[in-house]
Write a protein that binds this ligand. Sequence first.
Ligand code: HEC
Ligand code: HEC
Ligand code: HEC
Ligand code: HEC
Ligand code: HEC
Length: 177
Amino acid sequence: MSMQRKLIAVPGFLALAAAAAMLSAYAGASSSERNSPVQPIAFPHTVHAGTLKMNCVYCHFAATKSPDPGLPSMSTCMGCHTVIATSKPEIQKLAGFWSKGQPVPWVRIHKLPEYVHFPHMRHVNAGVTCQTCHGDVQNMKQVSQASSLNMGWCVNCHVGRSNPPFKARYDCATCHY
Ligand code: HEC
Ligand code: HEC
Ligand code: HEC
Ligand code: HEC
Ligand code: HEC
């Protein structure tokens, strides 16, 4: 395609994308912005990622490797909490799950519909920071979804508009197949 035709094609795409974003907002497809469920254990990112300055991928190590990172395993926590703050009620809850061999039933916050292809690790490995998409999690007493996760949000970055110099393919089949 010539450069000129490419430029003509983009506004048409954006109109389609806007229409689809409206349609999916109506259908309530993705988890919504500011979604912030109460968790079974009041886990403070402010302490771990804030005060202690732990690296996000210390706990979320799958974020760089997996299309769908999941949540930290119990053993990641118990490396410290078999000795740290063991008398605190929230840590006793944690130890309760651990001794019964049960995972903590964390409530998932960010969720795309199944028909969307989102390789999580490709984004992290391209150098997009966690905060670009998830906001300043290190300052959140309770995690809250910072972005809409709708199609317009994805496409605006892929066309190189919202977070230059980041850009990526944006034909429909990139994210839908
Ligand atoms: C960069 C990724 C990306 C690209 C490229 C993309 N989409 Fe989407 N699309 C999404 C996401 C994410 C959603 C669902 C989230 C939302 O908007 O709620 C979605 C939702 C939709 C929906 C709404 C479905 C529903 O039931 O609500 C339609 C229709 C759609 N896309 C069509 C298209 C078409 C047509 C194209 C090409 C012009 C396209 N998409 C390109 C990411 C993308
Ligand atoms: C000590 C381990 C630990 C560290 C360090 C940590 N997290 Fe978490 N993270 C968790 C746990 C446990 C949960 C599930 C409970 C919750 O939502 O608070 C979680 C939840 C999340 C979620 C919500 C997941 C969902 O369900 O959608 C995001 C996003 C997130 N963390 C991002 C980050 C970022 C960004 C950093 C670095 C600034 C970070 N985390 C550092 C343990 C950690
Ligand atoms: C390009 C945007 C983007 C970047 C960058 C990003 N995430 Fe995500 N993250 C998402 C989206 C979108 C989802 C929901 C994915 C889904 O439902 O398939 C998600 C989901 C998650 C989840 C929940 C996964 C689950 O299975 O419950 C965690 C935890 C998480 N991200 C942590 C991180 C951490 C830590 C970083 C940085 C190392 C990071 N993310 C970088 C967009 C991003
Ligand atoms: C590197 C060590 C380390 C790891 C790993 C770690 N924590 Fe912590 N955690 C701490 C420290 C230090 C504190 C602050 C203790 C204090 O204030 O006395 C803390 C505090 C907490 C608190 C707050 C306790 C309270 O009520 O004041 C909770 C809840 C907690 N951690 C849960 C977790 C969970 C869940 C994980 C695993 C996802 C985890 N921690 C992983 C070191 C760690
Ligand atoms: C802040 C910018 C940003 C946002 C937001 C973003 N992406 Fe991406 N995405 C990228 C970059 C950069 C790459 C290229 C990574 C690479 O080169 O490996 C990429 C790559 C991809 C790929 C792989 C494309 C290929 O060439 O195979 C898919 C699929 C994808 N993103 C889907 C999505 C979906 C779906 C969303 C929204 C839920 C989204 N992205 C949101 C920046 C973003």
